[in-house]
Design a protein around this ligand. Structure first.
Ligand code: FRU
Length: 729
């Protein structure tokens, strides 16, 4: 089953390849945001867009809603679920540090961004300079108020680094401008409601106080303060914030719409942050501290910035949509790949199955072949053994039967007769046993055509043993490699037939061609050329084809007999055989041949056609004979007028020897070639007498008679009338 193994191997390889492409190292990045607001949303979506450029990055977001505990818990659980890198914006400077330390100590790289922490356990930091931002805003405020004015500062969440740094920067800048007075510093927490409440409370307490500008540490805080001032009524101060976000409610639009006087773009740069994370994960060089640059948004540049930022947002939106589409296509591609893979796997399985089935049948056929071969060998062996046994049995049984019929035996004592009878009975018994043995071993059917011999009367007709046959007696050719059998057969046949012998098929064939016997008795199992082939050759050869063949053999199985008849044999007799049966069979075959030859008697011209066609019809059963007769007839008719035409001439024209022609023609027609030639001449003469005006003498010469008087004699012998009679009629 080697092909099956190969197919399984290929399938495994396929699955390995398929799994390999999916097993490319994936990175899981945890993003811990301290808050949830539009600034964070913007940054998160930028992070996501950044991740689109890296197939192997998964982002995992968590928002703590400005709660230290929640953020600590979220970081711990991110670490627990297994992240490769942590990005964290810590709610406050010191509170979140323990959780960051724990992640870092577990070997997880940490990027702190935008807000700072007091731990040194981080891999990189990215953010804008909040001090500078506060400072620039302080400078702006001083300029905006022309160095004179009263301001309120609303802080960000206490303890968060941007709040501390922005405050420091702002106050230090303001300190340079003595005309600017900070009337109040209110504690906010980056949210609008807190700023609103704090400012409202202050306004309630300080009614009538004139304020020129409120600096909220982010745009939401500034807008909360504005809401409180609006509610309180009276002249509104200027409001400044930080964040300068694009979009509907972003700081840029608020400045553009004059709701805020100025803002400061607090950069989000999520894509840049993601790239830093990937660089760290992939072991590429990276900056430990990255400072993000920023800019002030005022009435002067708000319009341009808004346009630009909206364009960027539009592009981002397009990018998102493109990504969604690409994702959809990738999904489809994945499905198609899967389908292709499944189809391929199914194909290979099918192929493996087919190969398996093919191999199975091949194997089965091979086993079957071997079994058949073994059975054949076994059968051949038993046939051989049986042959070995049957031949000597024939040579005991046959001569014994012959002996029992002689006069010597009839006068023998009762005791001797009894003893001979015992021998005879047991020989037959032994034959029966041999048949049974073959029956049991090969499961075939043994036909013993000689079985009736058992019941035969011992006093059967005396053998023709020593009587010499006459010259005209039919010739029988015996073909057998066993000399004893030949001798025995000769002893049976010689009283009635002239006997020829050959010791194998090949020499048998030569003799059959040379002597053209009237019948052949042949063994089957012989060296050089076996009896079956011999029989086929005899029947194929134009000279010998008409000769009846009796196969005399030990091969007693039905299928062997079928083989024998298929080779063209006319009879099949198994050993040991009864001499009577053999003689009867020979007689019968020769007899049936005589019936054929009556049809070949030449008749007067008018009948010739009809007879020829009848003869042709009979001979048509054997095309070789038919061809022979046709050829013979046409040669005779052609050369009829030649009075010197001899049998030798005819034989030469037929490509045969004189003997061959004689015996073949005699066997087929019962007449000799000379007789047939004379009959043909007389038939032609009769036709001429009736149809022409030639004289009798002229006709005699024309049909090949050398003397008219001899012609007249022969004519009278053949037709019973003299030629002149035919003329009259
Ligand atoms: C967003 C935010 C911004 C502010 C920043 C300070 O969560 O409150 O408005 O500028 O955080 O960290």
């Amino acid at each position: 089953m080697r092909p099956l193994k190969v197919c399984i191997g290929i399938i495994l390889l396929f699955s390995l390849l398929a799994s390999c492409s999916q097993d490319e190292k994936r990175y899981r990045i945890g993003v811990s945001q301290c808050s949830d607001d539009i600034w964070r949303d913007k940054q998160n979506s930028e992070l996501q867009i950044g991740a689109y450029f890296h197939d192997n990055v998964d982002l995992c977001f968590a928002a703590a809603y400005d709660s230290d505990e929640r953020q600590i818990q979220q970081i711990d659980s991110l670490v627990e679920t297994g992240i490769d890198l942590l990005i964290v914006a810590p709610n406050q400077v010191s509170t979140i540090s323990p959780a960051i330390d724990r992640a870092y100590d577990k070997g997880i790289p940490v990027i702190v961004f935008e807000r700072k922490t007091n731990t040194k356990k981080y891999t990189a930091y990215m953010g804008a300079d909040n001090y500078e931002m506060g400072h620039l805003m302080g400078e702006y405020v001083a300029t905006r108020l022309h160095e004179h004015g009263r301001i309120i500062e609303v802080m960000g969440l206490k303890g968060s680094s941007p709040a501390i740094e922005r405050h420091n920067g702002f106050r230090e800048a303001i300190a340079q401008h003595p005309g600017i007075q900070v009337i109040a510093t209110l504690q906010g927490d980056w949210t609008e409601p807190t700023a609103y409440n704090k400012v409202k409370q202050w306004l309630d307490k300080n009614k009538g106080e004139k304020i020129d500008l409120v600096f909220g540490m982010n745009d939401r805080t500034a807008m909360g303060a504005r809401k409180a001032f609006e509610e309180a009524g009276g002249a509104l101060p200027l409001f400044c914030g930080i964040d300068g976000l694009p979009g509907e409610n972003g700081g840029i639009r608020l400045v553009q719409d004059s709701l805020l006087d100025a803002s400061y773009i607090y950069p989000t740069h999520g894509d840049q942050l993601l790239q830093l994370a990937v660089d760290i994960l992939e072991g590429k060089p990276y900056e430990k501290e990255t400072k993000l640059m920023s800019a002030l948004v005022t009435q002067d540049n708000a319009r341009v910035l808004l346009m630009e930022s909206e364009e960027i947002m539009r592009q981002s939106h397009n990018l998102e949509q493109l990504h969604e589409k690409a994702n959809k296509y990738l999904d489809q591609l994945g499905n198609q790949r899967m389908l292709t893979f499944v189809a391929l796997a199914a194909m290979f399985l099918l192929l493996a199955l087919l190969v398996g089935i093919y191999m199975y049948y091949l194997q089965r056929a091979r086993i079957q072949d071997e079994r058949t071969k073994m059975e054949r060998e076994q059968l051949d062996f038993y046939t051989q053994v049986s042959h070995e046994l049957r031949t000597p049995l024939t040579l005991i049984q046959g001569p014994l039967d012959q002996l029992l019929r002689t006069n010597d035996f009839r006068t023998a004592s009762d005791n001797a007769r009894e003893l001979f009878t015992i021998v005879r009975r047991n020989t037959h018994h032994l034959t029966g046993l041999v048949n049974k043995m073959l029956d049991a071993q090969v499961g075939g059917t043994i036909t013993d055509v000689n079985a009736h011999v058992e019941t035969q009367n011992l006093a059967s007709p005396e053998s023709a043993g020593n009587v010499k046959p006459d010259e005209d007696a039919p010739t029988v050719l015996i073909v057998d490699d066993n000399a004893d059998i030949r001798t025995y057969l000769r002893s049976i046949l010689q009283g009635k037939y002239r006997v020829l012998e050959a010791e194998d098929g090949k020499s048998g064939l030569d003799m059959a061609r040379e002597h053209v016997p009237d019948l052949i008795v042949s063994d089957v199992m012989m060296p050089v050329m076996n009896g079956l082939e011999f029989c086929q050759q005899v029947k194929k050869d134009g000279i010998s084809s008409h000769i009846p063949v009796i196969l005399l053999t030990a091969r007693a199985l039905e299928k062997h007999q079928i083989e024998g008849y298929e080779s063209g044999a006319d009879a099949y007799i198994t050993k040991p055989f009864s001499p009577e049966l053999l003689l009867a069979r020979i007689d019968n075959l020769l007899q049936s041949r005589h019936q054929l030859k009556d049809l070949w008697t030449m008749k007067p011209a008018a009948e010739t056609v009809a007879v020829t066609s009848t003869a042709a019809a009979v001979a048509a059963t054997n095309p070789i004979e038919d061809a022979f007769i046709s050829q013979f007839k046409s040669i005779v008719e052609e050369r009829l007028a030649d009075s010197y035409l001899s049998v030798e001439d005819l034989a030469t024209a037929m490509g045969l020897s004189r003997v061959q022609l004689y015996r073949k023609v005699k066997a087929l027609t019962g007449s000799s070639p000379v007789d047939l030639l004379r009959k043909a001449r007389l038939a032609q003469a009769q036709r001429l007498l009736q149809e022409s005006t030639l004289s009798v003498s002229e006709i005699a010469y024309q049909v090949g008679f050398a003397s008219p008087s001899y012609f007249t004699k022969c004519y009278k012998d053949e037709f019973g009338t003299v030629p002149g009679e035919a003329r009259k009629s």
